[in-house]
Design a protein around this ligand. Sequence first.
Ligand SMILES: Cc1ncc(C[n+]2csc(CCOP(=O)(O)OP(=O)(O)O)c2C)c(N)n1
Ligand SMILES: [Mg+2]
Length: 574
Amino acid sequence: MSSDINSTDRAAQTDGFHLVIDALKLNGIDTIFGLPGIPITDLTRKAQAAGMRVISFRHEQHAGNAAAAAGFLTQKPGICLTVSAPGFLNGLTALANATVNCFPMILISGSSEREIVDLQQGDYEEMDQLNAAKPYCKAAFRVLHAQDIGIGIARAIRSALSGRPGGVYLDLPAKLFAQAMDATAGKLSLVKVVDPAPRQIPAPDAVQRALALLKGAKRPLILLGKGAAYAQADADIRALVEKSGVPYLPMSMAKGLLPDTHVQSASAARSYVLAEADVVMLVGARLNWLLSHGKGKTWGAPNAKQFIQIDIAPTEIDSNVAIAAPVIGDIGSCVSALLAGMGSQWAKPPAEWTGAIAERKDKNLSKMAVTLAQNPSPMNFHSALNVVRDMVKAHPDMIVVNEGANTLDFTRSIVDMYEPRKRLDCGTWGIMGIGMGFAIGAAVTTGKPVLAIEGDSAFGFSGMEVETICRYNLPVCVVVFNNNGVYGGMDVNPTGGSDVAPTVFVKNARYDKMIEAFGGKGVHATTPAELAKAMAEAIASGRPTLINAVIDESAGTESGRITSLNPQSAAKKK
Ligand SMILES: Cc1ncc(C[n+]2csc(CCOP(=O)(O)OP(=O)(O)O)c2C)c(N)n1
Ligand SMILES: [Mg+2]
């Protein structure tokens, strides 16, 4: 094989570069999120020349997060392309996060010479990337020969999408890209993946078992997870909830599957329903830490509850507590089977239960309305989010990206969502750093306006990507909730030394100035009115905007709502 091809025999020859691009395009993948460098710079150029959208980032983690968001929103694996060793490692966090969140993505990294890497002879960016990636993704593959690129990409796509979606690593050594082969044979070697996420039909007896349990419940509850949002079975999920009359709770990225203002939403009575329900039906939601593992105080009296769990992965069942009625299959097929099995005579849950929930909801919502209406100076989370809430209500198709601690928790509970898959956040890990990557991925993929509500600490993890937002002129409005630090700005150095406390940042920082450096619009907002005006202008203009929203530095709490997860020192002295 020649190491390159010249223009005269290009018609008859193809090479690794072109086969990768052709294989992706053949499978309907039209966007690459990445960061160029040896050995993939020419791949990014050639991909752009071939009509693909190549979105170039300032750090690979954010390219990876953008790819993951694209995967979640479209059910096609998002592609993140990086250089070897350090670029690969920068992308690896996003790959692992995608896998934990069940977002389909493929991290494609160039890698150095196998012969040198394996003998550890010190190559440029030497690293055994394939083995490093394996524990953090669903599958990892390496392609050594140009004629295997088609199969390699097909395997990566199928692995990312089938069953429980997740991250896949694809290792492409530098030498592969220049490998030439006959163009016709190359074309024939490509694989268009047929039915990459085959439906998995639940067993009829499992469906009957679940329905019998739900029917007998006195205090049933439905819990919608982001798996339900991913499934794009929106109409059937809504029909299931409405036909059953069962109160439901959405996990954060399932918000909007039914509008949060829906009469059956029990979000405003969350602790009551979790503690009191006797049968809980989980739809694409896992009983992990976000649901207190399905046990303990949150879930009320011990052993007083039975679970129905709809999930695509059989091994998810009984992961934390015993599941009385597992229903295994893809969410769409399971929900439609349940709906069919309910018939037309399904009895709604007892009025005693729904009435008690309504009463608590009303009480909590009126209490919240009073808090939201206050107008303290400086703003607190509530007064700022009151205007964000109105903005999302006025633009329900806007995508909300959200990260931080208090900024996350308050936004999740205060800002109602009205449409499916419009909320992207820290997810299963509670990870900081997804902000700008998710915002860019969502804007590029959907063309819709994106509103990123960011803690000032959270924003810092991906802040440099505001240049990327400006460069591609994306309709992203970033609102930095600036309370001078991690959870707030009140901590002091107990020694009286000149270093500030570890959680505290530069006071009164002007994040709005950052975007101005790249031609975006920066706004400094100190009142809800200023914040509302700036958001409205950003959304109307579609122009990259960063609003520095000044929040009372004492308004937050340690770790937001998960203070209790902080280990406590046993020793008295500080
Ligand atoms: C990658 C990563 N590093 C560190 C953390 C720990 N952490 C949790 S929330 C948070 C930042 C909270 O501050 P901020 O974003 O300003 O939100 P606030 O509570 O002030 O609104 C940090 C650093 C994390 N979750 N993820
Ligand atoms: Mg903060």
